[in-house]
Design a protein around this ligand. Structure first.
Ligand code: FAD
Ligand code: DLZ
Ligand code: SF4
Length: 517
């Protein structure tokens, strides 16, 4: 019998409830999944990221087959694998002659364009169906219509109302939309409480096989697989969610912005990977948090904080991505032109905060939000690294990095490359911020309060240099006036010393390029 639909399932679309399966007929339709070298090499990628994608894809393939579906699967090491989506699709279409191709909207503009072109050149109809894990780009456009600026807070409130989440008689639950003031605690002098680590999922036989393949095929990739313990199936993704809800959600809000040496996860969920690969539906994550609130197992500030991230930020950056791509990727409002210095890849630096965060990336492919924004991202911003270079680095170093979420977070939120599309001003701060929110500075050779001299904190030096070199661009922005006024209060001799040290830091950083850049 000839093939009716060939359903293409990409590595981050591992959901049997996706719209592409709605009218799937086991007699007439089949699935195509492709492991291709191009996706693993178009930028260098962390071994954990590679293992995660390939292992989760293989588990999903097996689950579909167990469910009676025909899955044509291209293994990365199959001798006839042609190495790219375009070439593999061509090979399969020529062999199977499907009437039609079906695809869930991809998470990467580049991949979508490529598949549209391939289908066109193969003369096949390609139906791209909405991704049910998100509200649609059209819904975001209708929210955005007529607004001068798009702001998370407005969007988030709109989403809360629209989806009736934490609402009570049309008002926000607890009378407030926002519990930010309760959500800025640090661990202080008392030190860290005992925080249960995220549930570990030791590699099974499939994952071990993939780990061997990744080590063999991508020996020069960043990171290590020694501590690989991510969930790679839908069942395990649900267990990871349950583990977060039971053990860490309760204090998620309070310590959302805190950092601690040697502690990668704190009270964070570590759910981004399974959410991004569609092993976990964001609606289920939100429902589980709401249930914990209703049962009295988690306070409102924690649950609201989590909902804000998943229903607010995650949907917001997705909306921005599809609204602004493809031009968005190269935006560079501040004309920053350095590459990522080598120590951001290796962690070989005396800056305790950067060293710790990069070490975590190496070991786990993970850093939590505040490390991303207020340590690693902040350092790149203050130094003046080209935003797209920061995005590429990010895609290489994190297990959860995918184009739609990395670009707006990196180019927009963290580097202000988009000139205010995601956030209203740059997240610029000195080492004092890191000192306030962490224990890093106590163990560092630098002093966060000093801007010049040998022991001056590089963040603090570069913070003043950042303000100084971007003065004209920042002057009109709300909340920047206060920071610029502080710069103006500095004595000329101090300012000169700071700028000289900043130049030396920038020159030294520019002289250290990594092979991965
Ligand atoms: P939690 O702190 O437990 O938060 C819960 C969930 O909320 C996350 O799993 C995530 O799905 C969602 N979320 C939280 N903040 C954001 C946000 N700003 N944008 C989108 N979703 C959010 N997240 C990615 O999934 N992939 C990326 O490539 C990525 N790049 C980032 C780059 C920078 C510079 C910054 C500042 C943030 C980035 N984020 C990215 C967002 C966020 O930092 C991570 O989702 C989060 O740290 C993942 O850890 P977690 O699952 O423990 O999150
Ligand atoms: C990240 C990744 C990798 C490493 N490999 C594959 C692959 O072999 N096949 C695949 O379908 N997807 C892979 N991905 C994810 C893609 O790069 C890309 O992010 C998604 O396909 C976009 O929806
Ligand atoms: Fe980081 Fe500066 Fe603190 Fe050292 S002193 S840990 S470099 S912020």
């Amino acid at each position: 019998m000839s093939l009716r639909n060939l359903v293409v399932v990409l590595g981050d679309q591992l959901d049997p409830d996706a719209a592409v399966f709605d009218d799937f007929d086991r007699q007439q339709d089949a699935v195509l999944m492709m492991e291709v070298a191009e996706e693993a090499t178009y930028i260098p990628q962390h071994r954990i990221r590679l293992t995660l994608f390939f292992s989760a894809m293989r588990h999903f393939r097996d689950a579909l087959r167990t469910n009676g579906m025909t899955v044509h699967y291209c293994g990365l090491e199959d001798t006839d694998n042609r190495g790219s989506f375009a070439k593999e699709l061509e090979r399969r279409v020529q062999k199977l002659q499907p009437e039609r191709l079906k695809l869930t909207k991809p998470g990467d503009h580049r991949v979508e364009q490529g598949l549209v072109e391939s289908a066109h050149s193969l003369g096949r109809r390609l139906d791209i169906l909405p991704d049910r894990h998100f509200s649609s780009p059209e819904a975001f456009d209708s929210f955005a219509e007529g607004r001068k600026a798009l702001r998370l807070e407005t969007f988030y409130r709109h989403m809360r109302r629209e989806h009736d989440v934490l609402m009570s008689d049309g008002k926000p639950e607890g009378g407030q939309w926002n519990f930010d003031k309760d959500n800025r605690e640090t661990f202080g002098k008392g030190g860290l409480p005992r925080i249960p680590r995220p549930r570990a999922f030791p590699p099974d036989a499939i994952t071990q096989e993939v780990m061997g393949m990744v080590a063999r095929r991508f020996p020069d990739s960043p990171g290590t697989l020694n501590a690989f313990d991510y969930p790679v199936t839908r069942e395990d993704a649900r267990l990871a969610l349950d583990d977060f809800i039971e053990h860490r959600l309760g204090a998620f809000g309070r310590y959302q912005d805190a950092m601690a040496s040697g502690e990668p996860y704190l009270y964070h969920s570590r759910l981004s990977c399974v959410l991004n690969l569609h092993l976990l539906n964001p609606r289920d994550a939100i429902s589980a948090a709401l249930e914990a609130y209703r049962a009295g197992d988690a306070p409102l500030n924690a649950v609201e904080g989590f909902v804000r991230q998943v229903l607010g930020w995650r949907e917001f950056v997705r909306g921005i991505y599809w609204r602004e791509m493809p031009d968005y990727a190269e935006l560079n409002e501040l004309e920053a032109d350095l590459e990522m210095p080598a120590f951001m890849w290796t962690g070989e630096t005396k800056m305790a905060c950067v060293h710790d965060a990069v070490q975590q990336l190496h070991d786990h492919g993970y850093a939590h939000h505040i490390q991303r924004l207020m340590v690693l991202g902040l350092f790149a911003l203050l130094l003046g690294v080209r935003p797209y270079a920061v995005h590429r680095w990010h895609m290489s170093m994190y297990a959860d990095a995918v184009d739609w979420v990395s670009l707006p977070n990196v180019v927009g939120m963290s580097q202000y490359g988009d000139g205010g599309i995601v956030g209203s001003k740059p997240y610029a701060a000195s080492g004092n911020y890191i000192d306030r929110m962490s224990d890093y500075c106590a163990g560092c050779r630098y002093d966060p309060r000093k801007a010049s001299g040998d022991d001056a904190c590089p963040f603090t030096t570069l913070y003043w240099d950042f303000l100084s070199r971007n003065r004209k661009r920042l002057k009109g922005l709300r909340h920047m006036g206060y920071q610029l006024a502080n710069l103006d209060r500095k004595e000329p001799i101090e300012r000169k010393a700071i700028l000289e040290r900043a130049e030396a830091l920038k020159e030294a950083a520019a002289a250290t390029k990594s092979a991965w850049s």
